[in-house]
Design a protein around this ligand. Structure first.
Ligand code: ADP
Length: 613
């Protein structure tokens, strides 16, 4: 993604053209024919506006004034009426049926492309605030901006059609009238100054809006509901909101006077100089000079009065639309650079052996982007095939980071990870990650059925037995069976009144069911049992280790009572491995692990409920 935002604010003409063409090409690929429909409807709209607005009045009033045959006038009105009704019917059909469907197609096409790219983006990018900002912006704005280009072009076409037809009519009535039509362009300079002031206002207002949105979210999102009900959070957030409104008022005052003056000068130019000028001129031509003496007929005079102000507003609108091309181009640049983003973390070509192998972690050092302190330093160990490894250590010692590197969500700065002497970078990402079943500490439940939540994919025939077996083993089957729709029950009630909400402990069991359902050689469990009490956690690990006899398992737990079950324990501190061995060996060593174990055992026995470190 592009780094320099200020540079981006001055999008060149070439860039503007390129990005707008990109938008049009995208629309064409997503919904062929949409552009043509858009342009035809705009053309017809412009033509209708001209025919019904200026031309009809002129023909009828002049016809009456000049004593033309009434039948000719009526025929003209009827033909125009039939034409207008047919075109309106066609337009309504397009606007209400054809165009919304085409629009959704474009929307879906763009979302699909963005989603595909989003699934390739490495976790490292989420740690980069600038990338993340652009990424969210691209996701939020994509379809709107692409369609905005279409709107602008359509608006220009419709404006140009009505403008050229009306200008031609005015020119035929009296060539001098064109002066009043073109003058608004000169006053457009004030519009331009107003746009610049508005842009500066918007830029400064963005920060305020972000804060307002954040406060609003804390009020209505489930994520904050519990904390918000504690202490004085409502009051605190409300006073924050008041603060943002005060900043908004300040900002409005800062730019308000300037914008009011520009607005007034532009309106004065357009309304007083152009509209009133043209009105005086045409009334004088009609009343004083008269149509028969080379002046204007009454019909011409009415057309001038009704058209001239519209011409200036159409022109003003077109100038604004031209400016919009530049604005859209900046956003589309974000979308293009996001779509062109090449993930640095790339997979190789090989496929991982079906039964996994021995994993060797060699001198691994890793720092998070923007962080000076390495989260992992000189990590060196072997994870034998079928071995159950417990990784323990206090918070922040690097356990989760190790899991992320084992999954290749990040690549190390130094060192490597090998499977039977093959660097994991040689494997395709999908085959490598597919070899792992993972349950994270901050797991998420999707608003999907129980089955889909367990298998994390679309359900196929024959999956029922697999899901049932997994749920039985993880201890959640009885609960799921009590639901009206069993494993077809949707979790969360967001989209289904008959959906169910699981407790945190039940959610963990749901995720653990994956370990039993997935036939993968490696299992990574990052504190999947933190919501269970120590006894339940111990039982759960015991069951799981039995069920994963042939699999290689790494499990993280900050409660050492479960580490007893592992073949080997790795104790981490400040990103380094400080002790490694079986539980008994480490107890005999009487070092850090033994001290931590004793402390936890003492706390647990002392409090019965299990006080964790
Ligand atoms: P543990 O799982 O043992 O609690 P972590 O692996 O989560 O520890 O964290 C190790 C260190 O890395 C900590 O100092 C933590 O603050 C830091 N860290 C973790 N995630 C990130 C991140 N996304 N960006 C920067 N630093 C991080």
């Amino acid at each position: 993604m592009k780094k320099d935002k200020d540079k981006k604010k001055k999008a060149s003409l070439k860039q503007t053209l390129k990005n707008n063409v990109f938008a049009l090409k995208t629309v064409h690929k997503a919904a062929p024919g949409y552009i043509a429909i858009y342009f035809i409807t705009s053309l017809l709209n412009g033509a209708l506006w001209f025919l019904e607005g200026g031309y009809l009045i002129r023909q009828v009033v002049n016809g009456l004034e000049q004593g033309n045959d009434i039948n000719d006038t009526l025929t003209f009105v009827i033909v125009l009426g039939v034409f207008s009704v047919s075109v309106s019917l066609f337009l309504q059909f397009m606007y209400s049926l054809v165009m919304p469907v085409k629009y959704r197609r474009v929307d879906f096409y763009i979302e699909k492309k963005l989603f595909q790219k989003a699934s390739e983006v490495e976790l490292r990018c989420y740690d980069d605030p600038e990338f993340y900002d652009n990424y969210v912006k691209a996701m939020d704005e994509a379809s709107n901006r692409v369609m905005s280009v279409m709107d602008s072009i359509a608006n220009l076409i419709s404006g140009l059609t009505s403008l050229s037809a009306t200008s031609l009519l005015l020119f035929v009535i009296d060539p001098w009238l064109i002066v009043f039509g073109v003058l608004p362009l000169a006053f457009g300079v004030f519009k331009r100054l107003d746009n610049i002031a508005k842009h500066s206002f918007d830029v400064e207002n963005k920060k305020i809006k972000r804060r307002i949105n954040y406060v609003k979210r804390t009020y209505y999102l489930n994520d904050y509901a519990k904390e918000m009900r504690m202490g004085g959070m409502y009051g605190k957030m409300l006073s924050d909101l008041m603060g943002t409104y005060r900043s908004y008022v300040e900002l409005t005052k800062k730019y308000g006077v300037r914008r009011a003056v520009y607005g007034f000068l532009q309106n004065f130019g357009v309304e007083v100089v152009c509209t009133l000028g043209a009105t005086f001129y045409s009334v004088w031509q009609a009343m004083v000079v008269g149509g028969e003496n080379g002046g204007m007929y009454v019909g011409d005079c009415i057309v001038v009065i009704s058209s001239i102000s519209v011409i200036s507003s159409v022109l003003g609108n077109m100038v604004q639309r031209l400016a919009k091309f530049g604005e859209d181009a900046l956003y589309i640049e974000d979308i293009i650079s996001f779509l062109n983003y090449e993930p640095k973390l790339k997979g190789g070509k090989e496929t991982i052996p079906e039964d996994g192998g021995r994993i060797k972690v060699k001198n691994l050092t890793f720092s998070y982007p923007g962080s000076d302190e390495p989260a992992l330093k000189d990590i060196d160990f072997v994870w034998n095939k079928g071995e159950k490894l417990a990784v323990v250590g206090s918070n922040g010692s690097g356990k989760t980071t190790l899991v992320k590197l084992l999954l290749r969500l990040y690549d190390p700065d130094e060192g490597q990870i090998l499977i039977d002497d093959t660097d994991i970078r040689n494997y395709t990402l999908s085959s490598y990650r597919g070899a792992f079943t993972t349950v994270f500490q901050d797991f998420k439940v999707f608003s999907l059925t129980v089955k889909e939540n367990v298998l994390l994919r679309e359900i196929k025939d024959g999956d029922d037995a697999l899901v049932k077996n997994a749920l039985v083993q993880s201890g959640l089957y009885e609960k799921v069976e009590s639901f009206e729709k069993g494993t077809d029950t949707v979790l969360t009630r967001e989209f289904d009144d008959r959906g169910e909400v699981l407790s945190v402990g039940q959610q963990q069991k749901l995720h653990l069911a994956r370990v039993f359902a997935f036939n993968s050689p490696f299992v990574l469990l990052d504190e999947p049992s933190s919501a269970l009490d120590p006894v339940a956690e111990y039982k759960m690990f015991e069951n799981m280790l039995k069920a994963t006899e042939n699999k290689s398992v790494v499990f993280i737990s900050h409660r050492l009572s479960s580490a007893v079950l592992a073949d080997r324990v790795i104790m981490m501190e400040k990103g380094r491995i400080v002790e490694c061995g079986s539980h008994n060996e480490l107890m005999r060593l009487n070092g850090k692990y033994a001290a931590m174990f004793e402390r936890q055992a003492h706390n647990y026995i002392g409090s019965e409920g299990g006080k964790d470190e």
